[in-house]
Design a protein around this ligand. Structure first.
Ligand SMILES: Cc1cc2nc3c(=O)[nH]c(=O)nc-3n(C[C@H](O)[C@H](O)[C@H](O)COP(=O)(O)OP(=O)(O)OC[C@H]3O[C@@H](n4cnc5c(N)ncnc54)[C@H](O)[C@@H]3O)c2cc1C
Length: 279
């Protein structure tokens, strides 16, 4: 950010594509840039990709963790770091950066009370619908970075990001990429729609709100099942109970979006904190 040249005011209104708001940051090549960089920074063969941990137990004599693995994604590569099914690995310390319900399942036999608290954190599912348009087919000036929809408006989408306005390189010249969010905790019935109906429902919103009558150049639905932890009343007290219970296992930590914030920076912070706790 410090190296970036100062942006001129005129840049804010020119063209159809490119970042306008320094408030928002992403990678030119998408979020996988981050995980690729992390993987590259690790010593070779320390990361096991496409591998599901099937069961965990804690050996109270050796004070070590045993993890039984299974090959998580049968369609994936012959990558040498992919574990073979049935393998068990032993670890001195364990950080579960999983959805809370997945940690709950794995810890059931280790500490039933801890597992029950984790299982009680609810999750919602969200889908993103990316729609590409010719810029001339959108009558709206797209003079913002998108919109969010209050529930009382009874629309089909929860929000829509003007992706190609917010970030550079998301659409070719004279085109625009819009990304709608569908489902969430309040509209699970929208998440349950098949792709075709979901796209049609989002198009109905875009017609009403942005005046877009023409069909998109393409539309793509991506589903994120049980991805968003819901912080209901009592969440902080539950997290405090989880933290207290964790003290029984000094070599076990939890990280991720279930506890103290859902944004990527929050998740990174929770990973740092977990690593610090185990030093
Ligand atoms: C549609 C959408 C848009 C978002 N947009 C933004 C945004 O613009 N900015 C922002 O800051 N945040 C955004 N978020 C929130 C943010 O992306 C998430 O909160 C964050 O990525 C969660 O990270 P995590 O590591 O906790 O969980 P995840 O990324 O879900 O990672 C958990 C991992 O655990 C793995 N796993 C589960 N069970 C097992 C097992 N038994 N063995 C091995 N592995 C297992 C899963 O495969 C997964 O890879 C968005 C979220 C969604 C769903």
């Amino acid at each position: 950010m410090a190296r970036a040249p100062p942006r001129r005011a005129a840049d804010a209104t020119r063209g159809t594509s490119g970042a306008r708001y320094s408030l928002f940051l992403s990678f030119d090549g998408g979020m996988q840039t981050l995980t690729d960089a992390l993987a590259a920074a690790l010593p070779p063969a320390t990361a096991r990709l496409n591998t599901t941990v099937e069961a965990i137990n804690f050996d109270s004599h050796t004070r070590q963790w045993n993890l039984r693995l299974c090959a998580g994604d049968a369609t994936s590569s012959d990558d040498e770091t992919t574990a073979r099914g049935g393998e068990t690995i032993t670890a001195d310390a364990l950080c579960l950066a999983l959805p809370a319900y997945a940690s709950a399942r794995l810890l059931g036999g280790v500490d039933a009370e801890l597992a029950a608290e984790l299982a009680a954190i609810p999750y919602a599912s969200t889908a993103t619908v990316n729609l590409a348009f010719r810029r001339r087919d959108i009558p709206h000036p797209l003079d913002g970075f998108g919109f969010v929809v209050p529930y009382v408006e009874r629309r089909n989408a929860l929000a829509c990001t003007f992706s190609s306005v917010k970030f550079a390189g998301r659409a070719p010249a004279d085109h625009a990429l819009l990304r709608a969010f569908v489902g969430g905790a309040l509209q699970p019935e929208m998440y349950a729609l098949d792709d075709e109906r979901m796209i049609a429902a989002v198009q109905a919103d875009l017609r009403a709100l942005l005046g877009i009558e023409r069909a998109p150049v393409f539309a793509h639905v991506e589903r994120w099942p049980r991805s968003m932890a819901q912080y209901h009343l009592g969440h902080l007290a539950r997290v405090a109970r989880i933290r207290r219970r964790l003290q029984r296992f000094p070599t076990l930590q939890l990280a991720g979006n279930a506890y103290g914030g859902a944004g990527v920076p929050d998740c990174i912070r929770s990973g740092h904190a977990a690593a610090e706790m185990m030093k």
